[in-house]
Each structure stands twice: as structure tokens, then as C-alpha cells.
Design a protein around this ligand. Sequence first.
Ligand code: DC
Length: 238
Amino acid sequence: MSGPGLVITIDGPAGTGKSSVAHRLAQRLGLEFLDTGAMYRAAALLALEQELSPDGGPVLAAAVERTPPRFDWCSSPPRMMLGGRDVSERIREADVTGIVSRVAACLEVRRQMVVSQRAAAAAHPRLVTEGRDQGSVVFPDAPLRIYLDAAPHVRARRRAEQLRASGRPASEREILQGILERDRIDSGRSEGPLRVPVGAECVDTSELDLDGVVERLEALARARLGERLAVPAAASRP
Ligand code: DC
């Protein structure tokens, strides 16, 4: 990224705790937080609501153009808004999760999202952004690029625990199958596939809890970015 911005990217597969980790890291470092998976999920919700094929790139992109997903940056973490509605919870439901990888494989949709993500970073230049292609495609010259990973069975167990904690039934075996299928689609697509960005710091979270991961990343960020993390004088004035 050029200019005075400070972007930290966090990529990795589903179930590595990326969103929670990225949000907590952003809070600790005094940065804002961008959940790019939520943008693809909002596009998937549009497909469901408008009965569009999740594989129909140009048609879906036109729908996204008409009703672009936007974040409400006044909340922390920012809420996902679609056509004036808060869909932050709705986009986590199983029907959206079931098709979102297909939506995210559409070239036309990805290109729109990349433009929106760069615009978000221009408006919110001190940012932790998480997704699958943030360090490899969207912000390849971000000063700190992180890749989080964990063994598939650990990722499935975490997802199951999350679902059960929110009162929803969860079969770990089915979740594991879903995770492996999403990994396959996310890594195999031609545009912005899930991969380790060149020069990224790789952290395996299989043996770490959330706090352990956040601490590890905070230490990495402070060591790498040092004074750049200090709030700029202009931003700290009343
Ligand atoms: O992180 P998540 O589960 O909310 O992501 C939802 C889907 O969007 C998942 O299939 C991966 C995809 N995605 C992507 O392709 N690129 C991103 N930058 C973020 C998410």
C-alpha cells in the first residue's frame, strides 16, 4: 500500500479464528478492522434473496452493484449493512455459509470486492484486514502479512464449539466435510485463491487458544512496525 496507511493483513482458511483474532488484534493496536468474508457473505445473501445462481458472476455482480454491502464503521466490530438492513447475524446462517464459496469464486464479484476493500483502506488507513487474499492480492505490500493455519480437525472442533455455544446443534463430522469442501473451492479458484502470501508470517494455531494467538500476533506487529503503530499526532488531536 502506498501513502501513510498502515495495513496488517491476516489470511487463512475457515476455522482458524481469524475474525476474532483480527478484531482483538486491531483493538490492542488501536487499528480498525475489516472482515472481508462478511462482504462475500452479504453477496451470497443477495443471491439467496433474489434467487440468483451463486455461480452467475455477471448477474450477481450487477446485483451487488445495485445493493452494495457496506460496513457501519461506527460499531466495533463494524456491522454489515445491506440495503439499509443490518445483516451481520443473518450472513452467518447455514444457507449463506453453504453457497458463499461459490459466490466468492465468481471473478466479477471478486473484482468488485477488491475495489471496495481498497476503498475501505483508503478511508480507514490504519487497518487490520482479514480474508483469503488480503496479503496476496489486495494489499501485497502491506508492512505485515500474516497467514493463520490449523489442522482441519481442530478447525472443525472450534466451529462446532462456537455453534453449540450459540445454542445451535453441530455435528463435527459434517462441519469437517464442509470445511474441507470450502478449502478446496477457496484454494482452487483462478482469481484470488487462498494461498500463503509471499513473505507472510505463518502461525499455526492448532495448539494455541485465542489469547495465545492474539499475543503472538501483537508481539509480531510491535516488533515489525514499532513506532508506526503510534497514533499520528493529527489523529490524536481533539
Ligand atoms: O471467512 P468467512 O468464512 O466469513 O468467508 C466466507 C467465504 O468468503 C469463504 O468461502 C471464503 C470467502 N472469502 C474469500 O474468498 N476472500 C476473502 N477475502 C474473504 C472470504
